[in-house]
Design a protein around this ligand. Structure first.
Ligand SMILES: Nc1ncnc2c1ncn2[C@@H]1O[C@H](COP(=O)(O)OP(=O)(O)O)[C@@H](O)[C@H]1O
Ligand SMILES: [Mg+2]
Length: 295
């Protein structure tokens, strides 16, 4: 049997607490998988461990226990197979937008000649509509433009997996909307496998094939995987008319407002078992669509 594109098994993360015997268990028994070409969002309250999971997928953090496999190979270190976009653009401030991108391409493809590297950088800058800003330094760019350079850089290394930690969280609503539209268009075109953290449930529905829901921490879990069965390509004006849209949206709001804390309490009191998490759920269909995910 072919290994899954991405397979996370029994992941946990704890931190020792000074002066206390028991550590802080941020999350435990986190299981999920991702297919190639899939767009997966994860939502959950602040502090439940989303960034810690993303950093572990990037190879930037080490889980306390459990495994992460990509195409059957264990992830233990960072690699250019995985591109990361953080909330803050993390561009090198002393390099122009173009050089920020060409440097990443040269690291990814050490044998590529200068001309091809520059052509590639131009292609990805054009993709995010920034071909006029090639020579500008990050300090000369607006927040939205910096984030677009970050997106161009991440796509330019053609990662097998793109990881995004609230990439549009620091932007105003108008810029965020424009960048979401651009990201939808690029991901539809490139079929980029993407794992993204967001606080914005409309953004999650617009972009995702699957949305993972985390219960509140400490001892958080990924409890459900929501299928977003709305045809792609999607657009902002049309998606809200789809009969599934508000069912999924209401389901996510109810999870964040009520159930994420209730599930935490039930787990602590042992009144539910987490052995079957995450449940795969399609809120548009009946509750009989709940089933245990095959890990
Ligand atoms: N180095 C650390 N030492 C102790 N606790 C930490 C450390 N890093 C993160 N945490 C804790 O882990 C939890 C999860 O953090 P994080 O993954 O950033 O959450 P999220 O991204 O969901 O908001 C938080 O409660 C945070 O305080
Ligand atoms: Mg975070």
């Amino acid at each position: 049997m072919q290994p899954k594109f991405l397979h996370i098994k029994k992941l946990s993360k704890s931190f020792p607490i000074k002066g206390q015997k028991d550590p802080l268990v941020v999350f435990e028994n986190v299981n999920f998988s991702m297919d190639k070409g899939e767009f997966v969002c994860i939502i959950g309250h602040s502090g439940c461990g989303k960034s810690t999971i993303l950093n572990a997928l990037a190879g930037l953090d080490v889980p306390t226990s459990g495994t992460i496999e990509m195409k059957g190979l264990m992830i233990t270190d960072p690699s250019l197979d995985r591109g990361v976009i953080f909330q803050n653009h993390s561009l090198l401030p002393w390099l122009s937008a173009q050089k920020n991108i060409t440097m990443a391409i040269a690291c990814r493809y050490p044998k590529m000649d200068r001309k091809n590297i520059e052509e590639k950088a131009r292609y990805f800058m054009e993709m995010v509509g920034l071909h006029d800003a090639m020579d500008k330094k990050p300090s000369e760019l607006s927040g939205g433009m910096k984030q677009r350079v970050g997106i161009a850089r991440a796509f330019a290394i053609e990662p097998k997996l793109l990881l995004m930690d609230e990439p549009f969280g620091a932007l105003d609503a108008l810029t965020r909307g424009k960048l979401q539209d651009q990201l939808i268009e690029i991901c539809d075109r490139t079929q980029q496998s993407t794992f993204m953290i967001t606080h914005d449930i409309d953004e999650a529905i617009m972009l995702s094939d699957k949305i993972l829901l985390m219960s509140n921490g400490p001892q958080a879990r990924v409890v459900e995987a929501i299928s977003v069965n709305i045809p792609k390509p999607r657009n902002r004006a049309e998606i809200v008319k789809h009969p599934a849209y508000y069912k999924i949206r209401n389901y996510l709001v109810d999870f964040l407002v009520n159930r994420s804390e209730e599930i935490k309490a039930q787990l602590i009191n042992n009144t539910i078992s987490d052995k079957d998490f995450p449940l795969v759920i399609d809120p548009f269909k009946s509750s009989s669509s709940k089933k245990k995910v095959q890990q």
